[in-house]
Design a protein around this ligand. Structure first.
Ligand code: GUN
Length: 297
C-alpha cells in the first residue's frame, strides 16, 4: 500500500509542538512577532499571506500585516523593511515573493536584517546553510525534511533527486540533503530545464522532490518502484468547474502513486509544511534575539 503523506497532519503536530517553545518565550516575557509584507495584488500571493497570518494567530504568534501598493516606488518597500529591522518588537520579516518588476527581489532580500530573515533567503543565511551551520532553514525544504522523516524514510546513503533549481526550493533542498546531519547524508542530484534525459535521472531516485513548477511533468514511468515522492508544485490549470481552474502538482498523482511507496498529495502535502516551518523559524528567531533557550520540535 502506498502511503499518502498527510502534510496537514504533520503540520498540525509541528504547530502543537511549538507550544512548548512559545511558553518558554512567554515565561521570559516575549511574544514572537512576525511581519508579513505584501507588495502585490496577485490573488495567490494574497491567499498565501492571509493563511500565514491566521496560522500565527492560531499558535500565539503576533502577526503584523503590511500591504504596499504594487505601483508604489521601490523605496517604499525598502523604507518599510528598514523600519521593521529597527523595530525591537518585530522578530521575523517576510516579504512575499514575487515583488513587482520595478523592485529588485535580490536587493529586497539583502535589505532584511539576517537575524530576522525567517525565510532564510538572505545571502548570509544561505551561506550559513551551505556551510552546515544553518540559522534558519528555508521553510519549504525544511518542511520536506520533516515530511520524509514522518514517512519513516531515512535519507542516509539514499539517492535523492531534486527536479528544479530555484533559490527558494531546489538549491536549499539539495544543500540540506547533502549535509552531514539527520535528514541529510543523501547522494544528491539536481536536475533542471537543461538536464538531458530527465527520466533516466528520476528513475534512480529513492527520494524524488519535484519542484520545477511544471504541471504534472513527472509520471509513473519516471519513478522507481518504492520511491518516496514529494510534490512541491502548486499549478493552476484551466478546469471545467465553478472557479475555472484547479490546482495540480508537478507530479501526475495517479500513475506515480502506483509506483511510489509514499507520496505527497496536492493540495495537503508540502504547502501546509511551508507555513508550519515559517512559524518554527519565527519562534526560533525570537529565542535567538532575546537569548532565550527554546525547545523546538
Ligand atoms: N513566495 C512563494 N514562496 C515563498 C516563500 O516561501 N517565502 C516568500 N517570502 N515568498 C514566497
Amino acid at each position: 500500500m502506498t502511503e499518502i503523506i498527510d502534510g496537514n497532519a504533520v503540520a498540525q503536530s509541528i504547530r502543537d509542538d511549538l507550544a512548548t517553545a512559545i511558553d518558554q518565550l512567554a515565561d521570559a516575557g516575549h511574544t514572537p512577532t512576525l511581519a508579513t509584507v505584501l507588495m502585490s495584488d496577485d490573488p495567490a500571493s494574497e491567499t498565501y499571506v492571509s493563511m500565514k497570518q491566521s496560522d500565527c494567530e492560531e499558535v500565539g504568534i503576533e502577526a503584523l500585516d503590511i500591504d504596499i501598493d504594487p505601483d508604489a516606488d521601490a523605496a517604499k518597500l525598502y523604507d518599510t523593511v528598514s523600519d521593521l529591522n529597527a523595530d525591537e518588537d518585530v522578530n521575523g520579516i517576510l516579504v512575499q515573493m514575487p515583488v513587482p518588476d520595478h523592485v529588485s527581489d535580490r536587493q529586497v532580500l539583502r535589505a532584511i536584517d539576517p537575524r530576522k530573515d525567517v525565510d532564510g533567503f538572505h545571502p548570509e543565511n544561505v551561506g550559513r546553510l551551505v556551510a552546515g551551520d544553518a540559522r534558519y532553514k528555508p521553510c519549504t525544504p525544511h518542511g520536506i525534511q520533516k515530511l520524509v522523516e514522518s514517512a519513516g524514510v531515512d535519507t542516509e546513503g539514499k539517492e535523492a533527486v531534486v527536479v528544479g533549481r530555484s533559490d527558494i526550493v531546489g538549491k536549499p533542498m539539495a544543500n540540506l540533503f547533502i549535509q552531514k546531519a539527520p535528514g541529510g547524508n543523501a547522494t544528491t542530484t539536481v536536475c533542471h530545464s537543461r538536464t538531458e534525459d530527465l527520466p533516466q535521472k528520476t528513475r534512480e531516485a529513492d527520494i524524488l522532490v519535484a519542484a520545477a513548477g511544471v504541471p504534472e511533468m513527472i509520471d509513473g514511468e519516471m519513478v522507481k518502484d518504492g520511491a518516496t515522492v514529494i510534490d512541491v508544485g502548486i499549478n493552476r490549470v484551466d478546469a471545467d468547474n465553478d472557479k475555472g481552474y484547479e490546482l495540480v502538482g508537478d507530479v501526475e498523482f495517479e500513475s506515480t502513486k502506483e509506483k511510489a511507496s509514499a507520496i505527497t498529495p496536492v493540495p495537503g502535502g508540502v504547502g501546509p509544511m511551508t507555513r508550519a516551518m515559517l512559524l518554527y523559524n519565527t519562534v526560533k528567531a525570537t529565542g535567538l534575539q532575546h537569548d532565550v533557550t527554546v525547545d523546538l520540535p
